[in-house]
Design a protein around this ligand. Structure first.
Ligand code: AMP
Ligand code: MG
Length: 403
């Protein structure tokens, strides 16, 4: 595949359509990032930040990135299976009804091998879940090492639907702190967290709900309660606004995705996921035995004619591996180069994160005696810094604990 190149304005670009034109003008990871001054009410939900191509180009590019995603995911999985790897990735997908959460799962997660995925949807808590702390069901659903976990809704419902509908009497600031500490633990355990909030406009939501009613094959997706939720639109927007600014941290930042264009949301989330996986600098595991020894043992069980066949394909195999490895390295470099560029064509922007991490990690759920499901090994050293600049980039560059 082609490598990235510089365009005439000097910006690094990544992603090309069939004609070789560049598509991502700037890193969506920067453009969509929620910083302390983020204002949801001014978000243009039909915008396509950073993308210079059309919808077809986005779909084509997403599929192209899919090859990379799928190899990185396989490496992640292989590392955990055979290399003692402790890393994992968690994609948290939030959004109101019709925002396109299901489409993200189908079209982004669908690019990867289902064996390496751990998908979990969070609905209204069951009777059993209600008997536990709200993070209980979340901890139990975290991706184990080697997996890409996907949350379709998440613990964030506990500061959204629960808040809007007054389902619990809660100190929201405390709950935000608790969520931040919880996520810090998860990240320290070796999981890269990617949080995306899909935001459709009110008009677009109306159209999508109406479509569900107009089409018999979509009726099943409609829930009469969706109209009640919609009638609380402003309350939900307000709840999202405070949630986003209070729980976007340097170790688990939020990205808000304008989602009126489904193709944009999908290609943007694909890129964020590619960046997260690339930050892990995944290699194939090395095995704890000698390949040559095992080859001799195996050869002793094969007849000479078959051994000749094996020797013939060995050369082709070696060449294929060489080419695949080089192409993969090019793709990863492309993702990393884009991630390192901001809207001005320079280094990624400084984000003045608030004091978002309380020092102690005694999350209430721990008191219940359940252990974080993720990893065992402390990974990232990147969080040690206290300034804003550089934190996000540290993660992107994989300093946070390449094993
Ligand atoms: P859906 O994603 O369309 O299957 O709907 C799941 C529903 O479960 C949504 O209406 C959510 O708001 C609701 N839900 C998810 N988590 C919670 C929670 N912690 N408390 C109450 N309702 C929730
Ligand atoms: Mg729904």
């Amino acid at each position: 595949m082609a490598t990235s190149k510089n365009s005439s304005n000097g910006k690094k670009n990544s992603g090309k359509d069939g004609s070789g034109a560049t598509i991502w003008a700037t890193d969506p990871g920067d453009l969509l990032l929620v910083g302390p001054t983020f204002d949801l009410s001014s978000l243009d939900r039909a915008a396509t930040p950073g993308w210079t191509g059309d919808d077809d180009a986005a779909d084509a590019f997403r599929l192209q990135r899919g090859e990379l995603l799928s190899e990185m995911q396989e490496r992640l999985f292989a590392q955990a299976r055979a290399g003692g790897g402790t890393r994992s990735v968690l994609l948290v997908v939030q959004g109101l009804d019709t925002a396109g959460k299901g489409g993200i799962i189908r079209h982004v997660a669908g690019l990867m091998d289902p064996q390496g995925l751990a998908l979990r949807s969070f609905g209204a808590p069951t009777a059993e879940e209600l008997r536990h702390h709200y993070l209980w069901r979340v901890r139990r659903s975290l991706p184990t090492p080697g997996k890409v976990g996907i949350f379709d809704r998440s613990h964030y419902e506990d500061v959204l639907v629960v808040r809007v509908n007054h389902l619990a009497d809660v100190d929201w600031d405390k709950r935000f702190d608790e969520i931040n500490r919880f996520e810090k633990q998860v990240v320290d355990g070796g999981t890269v967290i990617v949080k995306v909030a899909l935001m459709v406009s009110r008009e677009e939501q109306g159209l999508r709900l109406m479509e569900r009613l107009d089409r018999p094959n979509k009726n099943w997706k409609f829930n009469p309660g969706d109209v009640d939720t919609r009638s609380k639109w402003d309350d939900y927007q307000a709840a999202y606004q405070v949630m986003l600014v209070n729980t976007s941290t340097h170790y688990a930042p939020w990205h808000v995705i304008p989602a009126d264009n489904k193709w944009y949301a999908r290609v943007a989330v694909t890129e964020l996921l590619a960046q997260a996986l690339a930050s892990l600098e995944l290699t194939w595991p090395t095995v704890p035995w000698q390949v040559e020894d095992q080859k001799r043992r195996l050869a002793a069980t094969m007849d000479p004619a078959t051994l000749v066949k094996a020797a013939e394909s060995a050369a082709t195999e070696a060449e294929e591996v060489h080419e695949e490895t080089a192409a993969h390295a090019d793709d990863v470099r492309e993702v990393n180069e884009l991630a390192a560029v901001d809207a001005n064509g320079g280094a990624s922007p400084e984000v003045a994160w608030g004091d978002d991490v309380a020092q102690e990690d005694t999350v209430a759920a721990t008191a219940e005696g359940d252990q974080p499901a993720s990893g065992g090994q402390p990974a990232p050293a990147a969080e040690a810094q206290s300034g804003g600049k550089g934190k996000k980039k540290d993660r992107k560059k994989g300093k946070s604990g390449k094993k």
